[in-house]
Design a protein around this ligand. Structure first.
Ligand code: PMP
Length: 438
């Protein structure tokens, strides 16, 4: 007789922190999640920057249930009202003339589709991305990523070609020496122009970048940087692709992070928040002109579950929630979160920098004696990482935060439905974590 499937304690790929400890969550409501033992936490990370509308949002659950009852799946050679509606709504919210959508399933696949499209329409092989960026974990998306831990792994056994890197416009720990953020932004844009010229403009199909870096540490670009990048891309006929996988859907204060910069990209890639993570869904927004060219060429973009109707139903309900006040709420709370995090910077010598935008923030740590960031154990496995302890103690105080790459920072990326009291609770827990650690 076969044994019933217990579904318990089976090792699987992702589970566990550095010590192999696994937090098993069994329910959630709004910005709160509850573990198997009944302990509640404030989810100040929206899990992986994605449950933007909060947990157990009834209208999203209802829309998904209704869709599954009506018709759960429709192939990509056909369509269905939920998919059409979501495509239209995304196009309405996107900047400029990005009126066509290629759906996919994950952010990695969306970025792979975007670079396939760019290379096809530009008839050029290279894509440029930033150091200190993350664009996914599949082969090509991993190669796009400028985070050494991700890139090194995908490049260990296979040549990933056609991706060049440029320096990020970071103001803290900057590779540039400008005295003001504006100067650094200008130097960073000039550097990008230098890279394009030296790669050979005709060989560069696109610049692909996050408008506000996510996993690399929530750093926005200095004022004026993106305007100049747009000019440079136009001058050298290079497409500008904005990776909005984290920055989109209210995370950084607008529907899309690049809108805050007042710049229109040639393509947008999205995932995570589009369904508030209720179902896997991602995609590329492009102009009708670009889309037509790719379609006419019969380019084989798409996967079986791309634009899955149940995910699209979740996406439509999530867009309702964002439009009905969540994006506004996140935007209104952002200055308060920033001010409270800056108090930690004032109070603790080990807090080196605080930066971010909207409801995406990094609290960066450094050794006050040397001014150097603590060492990420993913780079040096034996390194003692106090930042991990800060997060653990904050977790003991009932608040979950995220880790950045490198793991020298605590990342805040809460659901957009939080309120001031939640911000206070989170910052107090982080404060307690810092007090207990150093
Ligand atoms: N782009 C960015 C900016 C991301 O942060 C991520 C994931 N964190 C991805 C792409 C890849 O998305 P996915 O994990 O859904 O493949």
């Amino acid at each position: 007789m076969s044994q019933p499937d217990q579904g318990q304690n089976i090792p699987h790929w992702y589970a566990g922190d550095a010590d192999g400890d696994v937090l098993s969550l069994s329910s959630g409501e709004g910005a709160r999640v509850t573990d198997d033992a009944g302990r509640e936490y404030l989810d100040f990370m929206a899990q992986l920057y994605c449950v933007n509308a909060g947990h157990s949002c009834e209208p999203i659950v209802d829309a998904m249930t209704q869709q599954a009852r009506e018709i759960p799946y429709v192939s990509s050679s056909k369509t269905t009202p939920a998919r059409e509606e979501l495509a239209g709504r995304l196009a309405d919210r996107a900047p400029g003339d990005l009126n066509d959508v290629f759906f996919s399933i994950s952010g990695s696949e969306a970025n792979e589709s975007a670079i396939q499209i760019a290379r096809e329409v530009q008839d050029a092989p290279k894509v440029l991305t930033r150091w200190r960026s993350y664009h996914g974990s599949t082969y090509a998306a991993g190669a796009l990523s400028g985070d050494p831990q991700t890139r090194a792994v995908v490049e260990r056994h296979a040549a990933t070609t056609g991706v060049g890197k440029f320096l990020p416009p970071m103001v803290n720990n900057s590779p540039f020496d400008g005295d003001t953020p504006e100067e650094i932004g200008k130097q960073a844009a000039d550097h990008l122009e230098f890279v394009i010229k030296n790669e050979g403009p005709d060989s560069v199909a696109a610049v692909l970048t996050e408008p506000v870096a996510g996993t690399s540490g929530a750093y926005p670009a200095p004022p004026g940087y993106f305007e100049r990048v747009r000019e440079i891309c136009d001058e050298y006929d290079v497409l500008l692709i904005s990776d909005e996988v984290i920055a989109g859907f209210g995370r950084c204060g607008d529907w899309f992070g690049i809108q805050t910069e007042g710049v229109e990209p040639d393509m947008i890639t999205f995932a995570k928040g589009v369904t508030s993570a209720y179902a896997p869904l991602a995609g590329v927004l492009a102009s009708e002109e670009i889309a037509a060219e790719v379609r006419d060429d019969g380019h084989p973009l798409g996967q079986t579950f791309a634009g899955h109707p149940v995910a699209c139903a979740a996406g439509n309900a999530a867009m309702d929630a964002y439009a009905d006040g969540l994006i506004e709420n996140g935007r209104a709370l952002a200055p308060y979160l920033e001010a409270r995090l800056r108090e930690l910077d004032e109070k603790h010598d080990e807090v080196a920098h605080v930066h971010g935008r909207g409801l995406l923030w990094s609290v960066e740590f450094a050794d006050p004696g040397t001014g150097e960031p603590y060492v990420d154990p993913r780079v040096e496995p034996d390194a003692d990482n106090p930042v991990e302890t800060v997060r653990e103690v904050a977790g003991d105080h009932g608040v979950l935060f995220g880790s950045g790459r490198p793991d020298t920072q605590v990342i805040c990326s809460p659901p957009l439905c939080i309120d001031r009291a939640d911000v206070d609770e989170a910052v107090d827990a982080l404060d307690a974590g810092i007090e207990a650690t150093f």
